[in-house]
Design a protein around this ligand. Structure first.
Ligand code: ACO
Length: 321
């Protein structure tokens, strides 16, 4: 028998306001046609004045707890992956503990940009396997609209806001269910390809996102293709064993590129980038929740998740449902 982390619930929280490409094109020198053909994005949800990273994370957490059918009091660990916290501290995770009325257990945030959810999932899995947590909420929550340069059409059209969450529970199993393996990577030498040019530590310079799109694209397809091969071969599994690919939703062309390297038809890839745009650390749990709720992902399915983001950071996770 081995102690494993089993994914028992998932949830979503998206801001009410939907902004289409056509609406963006009234404010920015762009067009629906350019955005759709280059990225696959049709629309995005953007945070309203009252939305915060904590409120979106809490909404996704409540939705995931309800989906799992467990009370908040069962949770003893919250990890929030975010690059857009409301405050330097307390962490978003500890604020969410407070919102849920949990006064025991522990929580912290993880900053790994768009790979944040894979990083957070990997850390939560490690803590559960080590016996340091029993039931964890892993949340990706982002408000990128607040760190975009709205004058830069090359980046402003790519992102959206939202939060997604999963509930992991420790399970003693001799079967093959739960998180099988996670692999994480980072290459600090590529830090200037995608970054925010400021932070709370720099007085009067909160910072906006900067990106060399073509370079990121090139790194994304190559690094993600080798990352997914790495996780599969570490479990002696083949491309054909994958039931569903749930990729980070940055750009449909990156997603198609990875699916092609896996010989996976697009019918087995969960895509939300058309409706959510790139929600960074929130994109995988948002996509996963959609595919669990609409019945695509079923018990026994092997789900492969992968992401790449600023750092560059990247990684993959393999989960049996
Ligand atoms: N609307 C209209 N025209 C635009 C826009 C826009 N929103 N943005 C750029 N252009 C123009 C440029 O000015 C340029 O015009 P020019 O040829 O007259 O100089 C032209 O379109 C081509 O610009 P490129 O930046 O070279 O466009 P490219 O084909 O590389 O597409 C894109 C840009 C979509 C960002 C692409 O590089 C890409 O997908 N990169 C991946 C990066 C990504 O997805 N990042 C998200 C965060 S990282 C992550 O999550 C993995």
């Amino acid at each position: 028998m081995a102690r494993r982390s089993v994914l028992v619930g998932s949830g979503t929280c998206l801001p009410e306001r939907i902004v289409t490409n056509a609406e963006l094109a009234t404010r920015i020198d762009t067009s629906d046609e350019w955005i759709r053909t280059r990225t696959g994005i049709h629309q995005r949800h953007l945070a309203g004045e009252n939305d915060t990273c904590v409120s979106l994370a809490t909404g996704a957490a409540r939705s995931a707890l309800e989906n799992a059918g467990i009370p908040a009091s069962d949770i003893d660990l919250i990890i929030v992956a975010t690059s857009t916290p409301d405050q330097a501290f307390p962490s978003v995770a500890v604020r969410v503990l407070g919102e849920l009325g949990i006064s025991r257990g522990y929580g912290f945030d993880v900053a790994a940009a768009c790979s944040g959810f894979i990083y957070a999932l990997s850390i939560a899995d490690g803590l559960i396997r080590a016996g340091n947590a029993r039931c964890a909420l892993v949340i990706g929550s982002e408000i990128y609209s607040r760190i975009l340069d709205w004058e830069d059409r090359g980046t402003a059209v790519l992102f959206g806001d939202g939060a997604g969450a999963v509930v992991l529970r420790a399970s003693e199993t001799d079967g093959e269910d739960g998180i099988l393996v996670t692999h994480l990577h980072a290459d600090g030498e590529t830090g200037d390809l995608l970054y925010v040019d400021g932070a709370v530590g720099l007085r009067d310079k909160p910072g906006v996102l900067r990106m060399s799109g073509r370079d990121v694209f090139r790194h994304a397809v190559a690094k993600l293709a080798s990352s997914v091969d790495e996780v599969l071969s570490s479990c002696n599994l083949q491309h054909s064993d994958v039931s569903w690919l749930v990729p980070h939703q940055a750009n449909i062309r990156i997603i198609e590129g990875v699916a092609k390297k896996l010989d996976l038809p697009m019918e087995r890839v969960v895509v939300t980038v058309d409706r959510h745009a790139n929600t960074s650390a929130a994109s995988i749990p948002l996509a996963l929740d959609e595919a669990r709720r609409d019945g695509r992902i079923r018990p026994g399915d092997l789900v492969l998740m992968e992401a790449l983001g600023g750092g560059l950071t990247w990684g993959s996770a393999l989960v049996r449902f």
